[in-house]
Design a protein around this ligand. Sequence first.
Ligand code: SF4
Length: 318
Amino acid sequence: MTEPLLEFRDVSRTFAVHQGIFGQNDGEVHAVTNLSLSLFPGETLGLVGESGCGKSTLARMAVRLLPPSAGTISFMGRSFAETGEDELSGHLQMVFQDPFSSLNPRLRVGTSVAEPLLASTSRSERRQLVGEMLARVGLRPDHAARYPHEFSGGQRQRIAIARALITHPELVVCDEAVSALDASVQAQVLNLLKDVQQEFGLTYLFISHDLSVVGYMSDRVAVMYLGRIVEQADRSTLFGSAAHPYTQALLAAAPVHDPAGRNTRPFLEGEMPSPFAPPSGCAFHPRCTQAMPCCRDVLPELQEIEPGHWVRCHLYGA
Ligand code: SF4
């Protein structure tokens, strides 16, 4: 069996909340709770859920921008905790929603794209590598001399992709990477991501609140709610036979695949509860149209209801 490229095992991440900032007593926000997830080489795992579900915290842990509070994250079989920063730098890269968060507006594009290569290449090598990578993502080598503000949003995201790819990483985490773009530009950037995935043999963790984008990009999809995975399956199973009421409600709210069959599904109502005080039992129970008495008290386990299809819901209890 193929070994995972990246593996989360029982990973949790909490953040301290202090009195005076949020107007509440000291305590902890549970952004990610006891989460296990594997990414296999060459695949795209889509991660979907509403804003505040913990997706971005998970993304930052995947590229070591944040350490977990508990649990183990491993890359190529080696735990992050036992691997030096330098050993993995360049192997894990991230493309953010806002390219300005990864591109310094005061630096020329060529300088930003070349920055990960500073220690390992000469100036002339960097100039050549940056020019080739800019051309590969659909820009021109002479764009290296310009500043980020001289480009459109789509072009800036191409620059961010060039910067992520310049070290030839194995894993790229795309966190809402096309969410800020117009639909037509989105399609171009998504197709670029697919092309370079083939060419460079990349593995993607593709995070988005947009099911249509996740459906287009992903081989498998995991659905997150309040810090936990509630359903995970290959793309066709998830879009064709979603089992969890939350996934069904997300699909109903985003008529992207088979919209004719979507009308019978319940729409999602209400707001996501605060992760500061998550509901007891199944965290989705206050919004679930199929909730039962046991759902208020007992946290359902994630269980495999058919090969490769995992669901966290008492409707599928043993
Ligand atoms: Fe709904 Fe209960 Fe399933 Fe949670 S466990 S999704 S409340 S039916």
